[in-house]
Design a protein around this ligand. Structure first.
Ligand code: ZN
Length: 688
């Protein structure tokens, strides 16, 4: 078809030339890719005889990879250089893809083909990773309800549709409630204490809204600095009330975007869905794709963390209370006072702020230094390629090779914020490793951040928090890029249990605090000097400021989420359950009007239902993995080689636990996390 010849998404190029992709290419390319996928599926199902690896699994794996290779650049460009035309084309593709995927997961004939393969001699002859591919597919079919019959099947489909609608309404309510509220401040004096950067943003926001003076909103870049720095307690209280009651029956917009009814319906339907699939509750259903083996194991893990952290958290709160009383004459700390006095106390104790460190971290120095660090750790080489056309002049392209020059993978790095780019930082898959006969397709990743772009001829500099974010995302990137698995669904981050996927990312963050590593990533943008020892010491000391309180907060959210999905019955009082959890684990008790649960998008509209515990779960693994380097040295070559071979290269080809044990020589232990969080002291020998 001639019109396809100029569509870069349809060409068999190893990488799409992003600069040439136009919105009008998108829908025809996706339609074409879906038609190809359907043809593959039809062929697989038509094939006579017993289904085998080469006639069933391989074509299905290749089909999924091919479809994603066309869709991934579209999804990515929509996120980072969006235009109204591209967005329209993107939206037009979503229902096409969703219809195809739903039909695929409900395809009884395909499910039967997998089942008959799994029960035959072909399966027994497979390698362990190959068997895992088949097992994962069968599990996903079953969790997708393919085995249900008649009325149950229809009910399941209706629940799925309704749940996805409720999730999007839930997050829209949170977004709308956040945006609906604002506060105009005529006089800058009312914002005494707030940093200049936040004031400038508030002035800009007022200009854009066509109101005089400054405009405060509930967006985090405004909300957080006001809560941490505004001297006026009444102002902080107003913002806190508005924020803590978003999308609820309380507060300044009470009832306008109320998520209360949605939240209950979501919980009812999730339990019904789990019951249809034969699970006792939704928490059990959620654990099917996770490393944790049972609800009891998760509950015990969280409760143990709470018990161990409690004394430290209480001591931190006591210190804060004393500080506010003695230094500022505040008799009792309200919820809206905590961040404010915490910031003052932190400044007093460590004399350090994120802004102090910024001049030492020019972005390009940090990026090159980060590459140097992983080159040393994992014996790889990272080379800049300037001949690859990208979608923006700020985007760089880097190729990763093994010590012997073998090509391993490549990444696009897009560091700076700009209009038409979604906020936040993330790693996404451009292309996955896959073997086709003798040829191997190497993986490619997108690494996206939103750092402040360079102004004039000044180099762009970033805060230490942002350095950590970059390392975090690059850790995910290495998991995707260093994989040696040739089957897409278990290569890289594919098929890795949900609660273990943050292991490489959190692991790499640790090098942001190591003096030897900081020497590689820091250089004052004027003098070129590395971060001075005094600032380095303060940075390391401040790392665990109030970490006991932070730990309990995460445990509170995780325990609430998990119990909610385990215990929910129609009529259950969600707020009472949250109170119960707080009484068990928290040292801080928010005011009665707080409606945190009504805006808990992670669990009601994100993928974290009965899975919020994953953050801490994975941190046990990442802390304990890093401890092996502490026990020897931070650039220990053997430990680096083992981490690469046993974890990064393995992807999802075996259990996360097996990967960890192969690296560490034993099962994960919690001690390192507690020590790194300042909750339990290091052993006496280390302390000396
Ligand atoms: Zn992450």
């Amino acid at each position: 078809m001639p019109q396809h010849q100029h569509n870069p998404l349809l060409l068999a190029a190893p990488l799409p030339p992003f600069a040439d992709i136009r919105a009008q290419h998108v829908v025809p390319a996706i339609e074409h890719a879906l038609a190809q996928a359907q043809a593959t599926l039809d062929e697989v199902l038509r094939a006579s005889g017993t289904p085998g690896w080469a006639t069933l699994i391989e074509p299905m794996e290749a089909m999924g990879e091919r479809l994603d290779r066309v869709w991934s650049p579209v999804r990515h460009l929509h996120a980072v250089v969006d235009t109204p035309e591209l967005r329209e084309a993107y939206q037009a593709c979503l229902p096409l893809l969703s219809a195809f995927n739903t039909a695929l997961s409900q395809n009884t004939a395909l499910y039967q083909a997998y089942r008959s393969f799994a029960s035959g001699p072909g399966y027994t002859a497979l390698s362990a990773p190959q068997r895992r591919v088949v097992d994962n597919a069968l599990r996903d079919f079953q969790l997708g309800g393919v085995a249900l019959q008649g009325a149950q099947r229809e009910r399941f489909a209706a629940i799925q549709t309704r749940l996805s609608d409720l999730a999007s309404r839930f997050s829209n309510n949170v977004l709308d409630a956040t945006q609906a509220w604002s506060l105009s401040v005529a006089d800058e004096g009312a914002l005494a204490g707030v940093p200049a950067s936040a004031l400038a943003a508030a002035r800009q926001s007022a200009r854009e809204a066509g109101v005089p003076g400054l405009r405060l909103t509930l967006d985090l870049p405004c909300y957080l600095p006001v809560m941490a720095y505004a001297e006026d307690a009444a102002l902080r209280k107003r913002l806190y009330e508005a924020y803590a009651t978003r999308a609820s029956d309380r507060g300044p917009d009470a009832g306008r975007f109320d998520n209360g009814p949605l939240l209950h319906e979501i919980l009812v339907l999730r339990q019904e869905k789990a019951a249809l699939l034969g699970f006792a509750n939704y928490a059990c259903y959620s654990l099917e794709r996770k490393m944790a083996r049972s609800p009891d194991e998760v509950l015990a893990f969280l409760r143990d963390l709470a018990v161990r952290s409690r004394a430290v958290a209480q001591a931190e709160l006591d210190e804060l209370t004393r500080f506010a009383a003695q230094e500022h004459g505040v008799a009792s700390l309200a919820a809206w006072d905590i961040p404010y006095y915490s910031e003052k106390l932190k400044r007093r104790r460590f004399d350090i702020s994120q802004e102090d460190l910024r001049p030492y971290f020019p972005v390009h120095r940090v990026i090159r230094g980060m590459f140097d660090i992983v080159e040393r750790l994992f014996a790889i080489r990272i080379r800049d390629r300037t001949d690859v056309v990208t979608w923006h002049r700020h985007v760089s392209f880097h190729e990763i090779t093994d010590a012997d020059g073998t090509r391993l993978g490549a990444l696009y790095l897009d560091p700076f914020a700009r209009a038409s780019k979604r906020g936040g930082a993330w790693m996404d898959v451009c292309r996955t490793r896959m073997r086709r006969g003798a040829k191997v397709q190497t993986p490619v990743a997108y690494l996206t951040c939103n750092f402040t772009p360079p102004v004039g001829d000044q180099p762009a500099t970033i805060t230490h928090d942002e350095v950590t974010t970059l390392f975090h995302e690059f850790g995910h990137g290495l998991h995707h890029l260093l994989t040696q698995v040739d089957i897409p669904s278990i290569a890289g981050i594919g098929g890795v249990e949900w609660d273990a996927v943050e292991l490489p990312s959190q692991f790499l963050e640790n090098w942001c605090y190591e003096p030897e590593a900081l020497a590689l990533i820091s250089a004052h943008h004027v003098s070129g000097e590395p971060l001075p020892a005094t600032l380095l010491d303060r940075l390391r000391a401040a790392r665990n400021f109030q970490s006991g309180m932070q730990m309990l907060r995460q445990v509170e959210f995780a325990l609430f989420d998990f119990r909610l999905h385990m215990e929910y019955q129609p009529g259950l009082d969600v707020l009472a359950l949250l109170d119960e959890v707080r009484n068990e684990v928290a040292v801080l008790h928010p005011p009665e009007f707080n409606r945190f649960a009504y805006a808990f998008s992670h669990i009601f509209s994100g993928g974290y239902a009965a899975g919020y515990y994953s953050y801490k779960w994975a941190e046990v693994l990442s802390s304990d993995a890093y401890a092996r380097f502490e026990e020897s040295e931070v650039f220990d070559r053997d430990a680096g080689a083992d981490f690469r071979r046993e974890i990064l290269e393995r992807g999802g080809e075996r259990d996360a636990l097996a990967c960890f044990v192969a690296f560490r020589g034993r099962e994960p232990a919690i001690a390192a996390l507690l020590r790194h969080s300042g909750i339990e002291p290091p052993p006496a020998a280390d302390a000396a």
